[in-house]
Design a binder for this molecule. Structure first.
Ligand code: GLU
Length: 472
């Protein structure tokens, strides 16, 4: 069933941001300037597929350029449209500001069903799309840097980087023209899992604050919480896997395209993912009840609901029936403006997308820096740190005459590798952003939800750059 929606996706985002403008009593001109999408490119290009010419339509929206490059993923889906791409580009602007990643916001989309084409055809189409973007000034390390999104991954990013390099062989920084590349092709370790891991780091930080937990009506720690999650794609899978394996939570329902799996005792995420990869469906997975009407599983009674799939999943149609205390928006725009109003009135706490799923672009930022620096993180200091660790251990032994326990020895005498550093940077980013969010919420009595707090933080930072530089 198509959800009833009065506002388009981009209008929905704008209405939510307008609440922050009101709180800040923002100059209407600056507000309008912040909200408007600065440039939008639509391309139509022909590709010869199996002897027949097919014309593809794609977009790249640049929502903001107060920081450069503008950053954001490229989505491949059969139903992409300009409004959606503009809304997602706007979310990128706010997301980057919230987590202090110095980028503007952008997003791209290609109307395509990737399942209909083989690898070689996808390569042809992607390279052709990339060429269009480069030629029109919508793809370069300095101005506009894409990344994976729904329907795209490392493979597409490698083709894009290579296409850019062929067109600009003189650009020594070519690898920084796109993030989310394979590691052997200039990518960074930990990028693929980054958005999902960031979601979990955000949740862990939330559960470090007893007052915040209490305000939702929940008690205790993250461990043991009953969770419903929608989506086992790149974001949902990594978030669910960590929650299942490291945080001792119970994932009682998992919603996918073709239905939902339900088990009150908890679902084994890794096994389900393997089943899904093999059978292309979750239907028939043993040890759980299956319902073909997956959407209704969003309404199951649970402690935490994590929509990690598409936009507009919770609308005015089902918002009254949502039975959870806490919603973690791992997807972009899963709750419409109207639904957000209903849920807020019902006292359901929402951690908003622009904060929760910012882990992806955070690690993209690390990758971009790594590409410009032309060196892997940790390469210079790893062995030095290990040596220092050894010295500290031998100093302790000389003073006490005792050996340190095996596990401490191992930890101290190990220098951080790139993955350790990426995870540490991501964790720190999510923690600091949450702390800023909660203090903004606590310190301002005109704000009573995390989304408005997030947008107040974002638009204040963006407005500051407008005031500092001026508008010309
Ligand atoms: N597509 C991801 C997002 O929506 C990542 C963007 C990026 O890394 O630039 O946040």
């Amino acid at each position: 069933m198509t959800p009833r929606q009065t506002f388009s996706f981009s209008q929905s985002v704008n209405h939510m941001v307008a609440r922050a403008f009101k709180v800040l009593d923002m100059d209407p001109g600056i507000a309008q300037s912040i909200q408007s999408c600065k440039a939008i490119l639509q391309v139509k290009f022909p590709v010869n597929i199996r002897g027949k010419i097919e014309v593809f339509t794609g977009w790249r929206a640049v929502h903001s350029t107060h920081r450069l490059p503008a950053k954001g993923g490229i989505r491949y889906a059969p139903i992409v449209n300009q409004d959606e791409v503009e809304a997602l580009a706007a979310l990128m602007t706010y997301k980057c500001a919230i987590v202090d990643v110095p980028f503007g916001g952008s997003k791209g989309g290609l109307m395509i069903d990737p399942a209909k084409y083989d690898r070689d055809e996808m390569q042809l189409i992607t390279r052709r799309f990339a060429r269009e973007l480069v030629r029109k000034g919508f793809l370069s390390p300095a101005a506009n840097v894409p990344a994976p999104d729904m329907g795209t991954g490392e493979r597409e990013m490698a083709w894009i980087a290579d296409t850019y390099q062929q067109l600009h062989p003189e650009d020594i920084n070519y690898a920084a023209c796109v993030t989310g590349k394979p590691v052997h092709h200039g990518g960074i370790r930990g990028r693929t899992e980054a958005t999902g891991r960031g979601v979990v780091y955000a949740m862990r930080e939330f559960f470090r604050h007893q007052d915040d937990i209490k305000a939702t009506g929940l008690k205790g720690s993250l461990g043991g919480k009953r969770i419903v999650i929608q989506g086992l794609g790149n974001v949902g899978y990594h978030a669910a896997r960590l929650l299942d394996e490291e945080d001792d939570t119970k994932i009682i329902a998992l919603i996918e395209r073709d239905g939902a799996l339900i088990n009150e005792d908890g679902l084994p995420i890794e096994e389900i993912r393997q089943y899904l990869n093999k059978h292309k469906t979750i239907k028939g997975f043993p040890g759980a009840n299956f319902t073909a009407d997956g959407h209704t599983a969003l309404e199951l009674e649970c402690d935490i609901l994590i929509p990690a799939a598409l936009e507009s999943q919770i609308t005015s149609d089902n918002a009254e029936r949502i039975k959870t205390r806490l919603i973690i928006e791992a997807a972009n725009g899963p709750i419409t403006f109207e639904a957000d109003e209903i849920l807020r009135k019902r006292g359901i706490t929402i951690l908003p997308d622009a904060f929760v799923n910012a882990g992806g672009v955070t690690v993209s930022y690390f990758e971009w820096i790594r590409n410009l620096a032309h060196i892997r993180f940790g390469r210079m200091e790893k062995r030095y740190d290990e040596l220092r660790g050894e010295h500290i251990l031998s100093a302790i032994k000389t003073m006490t005459g005792k050996d340190t326990p095996e596990w401490i020895h191992k930890e101290l005498a190990r220098g951080a590798n790139e993955l350790d550093l990426v995870r540490s940077g991501l964790d720190d980013t999510m923690r600091l952003a949450y702390q800023e969010l909660r203090s903004t919420l606590q310190d301002n009595d005109k704000i009573d939800d995390y989304r408005t707090a997030a947008y107040v933080i974002a638009v204040s930072k963006i407005a500051r750059s407008y005031y500092d530089i001026g508008v010309y």
